[in-house]
Ligand binder design. Structure first.
Ligand code: FE2
Length: 311
């Protein structure tokens, strides 16, 4: 019997939802919430723990997106205060959308700063997004599909070994958002990192990486993609393209009701979105140095397997 099946049959949960009704200050102080996330659990808030004005929510529910095959979502870049991927019919609507996403991002960041002060000291604020499309039956290319299990990697924003933490909110007035989760990165890496050949390939690319790093140190404008980033990007594709894995993987279904919020390290917890419409999301890049359990970071797991630095 396959090991993952045994775990599943044995009733061992792969990923747990840790429900938070009210935030406990002592759990903030002793890093319990950080540890729960870094162990590969999902922090689940049945009621969204930050303000989301009804008028803003009603406005978002009216939005449509342009070129839905090209832009997966409406994206908001907090650092530039700029929106992309949205149908510009009326300039007043475009300005209102920027304002609504700006306010959402600011509130979720303030909330996350209270919940994770240790992360907030060194995190990089990444994009926020709004997904107005129904996820069930979306016509997306294989690598862009949301309904296949994967761990996240961003093609345009290499993390250099830092982590991807995402906060999601279901603003649909009636429908739940349905996810599947599978194994965490640790087990996936044990099974596939070497066997797939991807770890070796990423490290071979890394010879150029140390030279490029030196060049950048000398002030030359070269892109630096670490072996870690090369591995994570290729592993994202490998998972989605591996039909046998998708079929056989032990999976659990999670339903996130309207008005709920959940937080997860998506570079660690394999996940897929089966259905749902109208979700808000803010991404944070969490510095490796600020983790409570640094040995559980994907970069540390890969470095153990490789016996060499990856970022
Ligand atoms: Fe994802």
């Amino acid at each position: 019997m396959d090991g993952s099946l045994q775990r599943h049959v044995g009733g061992v949960r792969l990923v747990s939802l840790v429900t938070v009704e009210t935030i406990q200050p002592e759990k903030v102080a002793d890093l319990s919430y950080c540890r729960a996330l870094e162990e590969g659990n999902i922090l689940f808030f049945p009621r969204t723990p930050f303000e989301l004005p009804e008028a803003d929510r009603a406005f978002l529910l009216r939005q449509r997106q342009v070129g839905a095959g090209y832009h997966k979502n409406i994206a908001y870049r907090p650092r530039q205060d700029r929106v992309s991927g949205f149908v510009k019919q009326d300039p007043a609507d475009a300005e209102r959308l920027r304002q609504v996403l700006h306010d959402y991002s600011a509130r979720v960041v303030a909330f996350a700063t209270r919940l994770f002060p240790a992360y907030a000291r060194a995190w990089r604020l990444d994009f926020a997004s709004f997904s107005p499309q129904e996820e069930a039956g979306r016509a997306l290319g294989l690598r862009a599909r949301n309904d296949l299990l994967h761990v996240d990697a961003f093609p345009t924003r290499p993390s250099g070994g830092d982590r991807i933490l995402r906060i999601f909110t279901n603003i649909n007035p009636a429908a739940e958002r349905v996810w599947l989760t599978g194994d965490t990165f640790e087990r996936l890496a044990e099974r596939f990192a070497v066997a797939s050949g991807l770890l070796t390939r990423a490290r071979r690319g890394g010879i150029g990486w140390s030279l490029r790093r030196l060049a950048r140190g000398a002030g030359l404008p070269v892109g630096v993609r670490s072996p870690y980033d090369a591995f994570m990007m290729s592993f994202h594709h490998f998972m989605k393209e591996n039909e046998a894995y998708q079929q056989a993987a032990a999976k659990e279904r999670h339903t996130f009701p309207p008005g709920s919020t959940w937080i997860v390290f998506t570079d660690m917890v394999s996940h897929a979105v089966l259905s749902g419409q109208y979700a808000l999301e803010q991404t944070f890049i969490i510095a490796r140095e600020s983790l409570a359990l640094p040995a559980k970071a994907p970069v540390a797991i890969l470095e153990r397997i490789a016996g060499a630095p990856m970022a």
